[in-house]
Design a protein around this ligand. Structure first.
Ligand SMILES: Nc1ncnc2c1ncn2[C@@H]1O[C@H](COP(=O)(O)OP(=O)(O)O)[C@@H](O)[C@H]1O
Ligand SMILES: [Mg+2]
Length: 262
């Protein structure tokens, strides 16, 4: 349920099917002392608005490095990156932060919620930097908690919530700025399989509402919920194929009826 009025920092949303991510020859090299790590060795990718993409690959193959660049958390050593037509490489840190806040929601394996802070305040956090009045911040955060089915848990602290609930709070936080893109790095990595399917059903629902999703996972069962699977190997794209996506909500439904069967 999208907010009635966009936040003051919202930008026009790219139409479905138009390029959202255009990455050309991304190279990322880390230098530590006299050691050089080639995390990305020339990655080119186009992702359209409305896509749901899974990125797979062995540990160390460069998945998180790519996500950090796509999320404007880090810049490539060389190569070009445009997000919704906006050149990203060459921007200053504050400009990167501004793109990040206006366009992107992040979801992590370990949820990254503030521990001694209510679910509501965790969801409000990205709005603190927008200058939005407190009442409006709270109203928006509550709507997002409602969207992920946790409005009645608004006062709970993370340790009072299950892993799946914490991840839904983190997804509500990722949504509060009306992002066009959600980047999720192993969002189900700390969850049991049933809870993982619930989180995937939520992400598929958001995708149907128009949010582009790029998700890193090492589980084929999870990647199968995406419409396209990209496999990384040694800092390069090894394969990039469309995928007939499974429907997580339907899978939950059949799990429920199995459980109800005598
Ligand atoms: N901040 C960093 N400094 C140095 N090396 C790094 C840094 N981040 C990642 N690396 C290295 O870059 C390579 C790719 O890492 P990463 O993108 O985290 O892979 P993945 O997410 O696929 O496991 C690895 O060899 C890793 O050790
Ligand atoms: Mg990683």
């Amino acid at each position: 349920m999208p907010d009635a009025t966009p936040p003051p920092n919202a930008l026009a949303k790219p139409a479905a099917g138009t390029p959202l991510i255009e990455a050309r020859d991304l190279v990322k090299t880390y230098t530590m002392g006299d050691m050089t790590v080639h995390a990305l060795r020339g990655v080119s990718l186009d992702i359209d608005a409305g896509d749901f993409v899974a990125i797979m690959g062995a540990s160390g193959s460069g998945k998180s490095t790519l996500m950090n660049i796509l999320g404007c958390l880090d810049l490539p050593t060389s190569g070009e990156y445009r997000l919704a037509g906006e050149e990203v490489e060459g921007l200053a840190q504050d400009q990167l932060a501004s793109i990040r806040n206006r366009r992107i929601g992040f979801v992590f394996q370990q949820f990254n919620l503030l521990p001694r802070t209510s679910a509501l305040e965790n969801v409000e956090l990205p709005l603190l930097y927008t200058g939005m009045p407190r009442q409006e911040r709270q109203a928006r955060a509550l709507r997002r908690l409602e969207q992920v089915g946790l409005r009645e848990r608004a006062d709970h602290h993370p340790r009072q919530l299950s892993g799946g609930q914490q991840q839904r709070v983190a997804i509500a936080r990722a949504l509060v700025n009306d992002p066009v893109l959600i980047l999720a790095d192993e969002p189900t990595g700390a969850l049991d399989s049933r809870t993982s399917v619930e989180v995937m059903a939520l992400l598929q629902q958001l995708n149907r509402e128009g949010i582009t999703i790029v998700l890193v996972t090492h589980e084929h069962d999870i990647a199968d919920f995406a419409g396209r699977i990209i496999v990384f190997r040694d800092g390069r794209v090894q394969s990039d194929e469309p995928n007939e996506r499974k429907d997580a909500a339907a899978m939950l439904q059949s799990l429920r009826s199995e459980a109800a069967a005598p």
